[in-house]
Structures are given as structure tokens and as C-alpha cells.
Design a protein around this ligand. Sequence first.
Ligand SMILES: Cc1cc2nc3c(=O)[nH]c(=O)nc-3n(C[C@H](O)[C@H](O)[C@H](O)COP(=O)(O)OP(=O)(O)OC[C@H]3O[C@@H](n4cnc5c(N)ncnc54)[C@H](O)[C@@H]3O)c2cc1C
Length: 287
Amino acid sequence: MQVDSGKRIREVKSKVAVVGGGVVGFSTAVCIAETLPHCSVTLLADKFSPETTSDGAAGILIVHPFPDIALERQRHWFRDSFEHLLAIAQSQDAADAGVLLSSGFTKAGGKVQEKKVSSLEELQADYDVIVNCSGLGSEELAGDADLYPVRGQIVKVDAPWLQLFIRSDAGKSYIYPGSRYVTLGGTRQEGDRRLEFDPGDAEHILERCTRLEPSLCRATVLGHWVGLRPYRKNPRVEMEAPQVDGRHVVHNYGHGSYGVALAWGTAVEACKMVRLCLEERHPTAKL
Ligand SMILES: Cc1cc2nc3c(=O)[nH]c(=O)nc-3n(C[C@H](O)[C@H](O)[C@H](O)COP(=O)(O)OP(=O)(O)OC[C@H]3O[C@@H](n4cnc5c(N)ncnc54)[C@H](O)[C@@H]3O)c2cc1C
């Protein structure tokens, strides 16, 4: 609440910025917009679907434990994500899950802005809380030297007769049938920032996958795709100490190979942190 010069009481809407338009940014923005309906939530990103890393992920829900994060916390991340995704998969909108995320955000009153953010500080004059979901962009935005790219290349093929997935070599080779095409993978090249497709990598992927599933020799190649996974020893889901002027930053990035599998769970946690920040900043504001 704020009292203006005419002594009228008006409601102050808390303003939240979410930086990042991948699966983590949109999940976090939707979660905040739905959980804190009296806040104004704006999602800012310089790239949107189909140009984010999240667009090429096959959407497989497999996770490996992170070494320095309590297992119970990781279990929450996965369980919340799994239950959320299962509900979508069992709904009639299953085929449009990705589209649902962005339309769900605007339906919940969220705003989307295309913008390259040069520093998180530049947003501090306009927002009460800034949520950083910029994936690999956090190398610069958060000055995070622990974050690095792990390049992944895939081949998309038309092979509608394949119904079951195959995963081999500890996940280095895989065949994932999807609703529109079959994804063949992959590569995990640490520190490699090349976004252009490598014909040699494609040849190796096709060779390995055809060895696993010989019928692939009849498949038509539809295209190639490359993405850089935002890797970190542990994802960073945390609140920064408040800035001098009282504004807050919450980080949610560094999901590596598990962004789809963990996005909703870490969004739920980041959303709780946003609530704490806002309660501290405007103790009487309606959230
Ligand atoms: C080949 C491959 C297969 C994969 N398969 C799976 C899978 O099956 N299951 C799974 O769980 N995960 C998978 N992953 C991993 C998953 O894709 C990532 O973990 C996930 O996409 C990370 O999401 P994100 O939202 O953090 O980042 P991104 O999707 O990269 O989005 C980052 C966003 O931040 C924005 N941004 C960055 N910097 C700035 C800035 N300065 N200003 C404005 N905006 C900025 C970008 O424009 C973008 O919108 C796969 C990855 C690859 C490469």
C-alpha cells in the first residue's frame, strides 16, 4: 500500500523480472504468475523458441545426483517436475506442451519482452525482484566462472515405425521417438561452443544409432540441431543477499543435461524465494 499526496491509498503491484526464455525461464515465470497473482511478471529474453537450447532437448526425464545439493532437495525438484509434466502428458494438450508454457504465462497475466540484458543491475530501477534464468548467459550476467557449455548435436529423422526408445553407452547414444520425428544422438563436448552442425559428428551419430537399430538405414534425415547445455557442478538455485537499495536477485540456472527434467521443480523453489524477497521488501503488499 502507498499513500499519495492526496492521501488516497493505492495498491502497489510488486514487479518481478524473469530473464530467460528457455524452459527454465518460462517455467519460473508461469509459476510466479500463478502463485503470486497480484505481482506483475515480465519475462525478458533475447532468444525465444525455436532458438533456445531447450528447443532441441528430447524431453527425457533422467537425472543424476548433483554432488553438493542435499538429496531431499533434489528429490523435490524431480518429483515436482515429474508430477507437473505427467499431468500435461495425460491431458489433451500433451502434443503442445511447449506452446502451453508460453501461452500459459500470458494467460496468467505475464508480459514478454524481447531484449538483450547487458547486466542484472540495469533492471534494478524497474523491478523489485530479478530472477535470473539465463542458462549459459549467466557466464556474463552473473559473472559465473563455474558455468561452461557442453555441446550437444542431434540428428532428426523420419522413422515413424519406431515406438520405443533406446539409450546406450551411458547415454552417449540414443534413439528417442517423438510425436513429429525421431531424435538420434548425441554428443557431449565439454567447453565446445560451436553452434554450427558438424558433418563428422552427424555421421558418427547415424553410425552408432544404426548399429543399435538397423532399420534406421531406411530413415530419412530431416535435419540437424546443435545446442549448448548450461553445465555446472550443481545448478544454482539461490537468493542473493539484498542489494544496497533493497532490491533482490534470485538465480535459477545451470541445469546442464537436465533442464527439462528439473525446470518445474526448481521453478517452484525459485518462486518461494521470490515470495520471501517481496515479503521483506513490501511487508504489507498483497501477493
Ligand atoms: C542435444 C541436447 C539434448 C538434450 N536433451 C535433454 C533431455 O532429454 N532432457 C532434459 O531434461 N534436458 C535435455 N537437455 C538439456 C536442456 O536442453 C537444458 O538443460 C535446458 O534447455 C536449459 O534450459 P534454460 O532455460 O536454462 O536455458 P536456455 O534454453 O538456453 O535458455 C536461456 C534463455 O536465456 C536467454 N538469455 C541468455 N542471456 C541473456 C541476456 N543477456 N539477455 C536476455 N536473455 C538472455 C536466452 O535468450 C534464452 O532465452 C538437452 C540438451 C541438448 C543440447
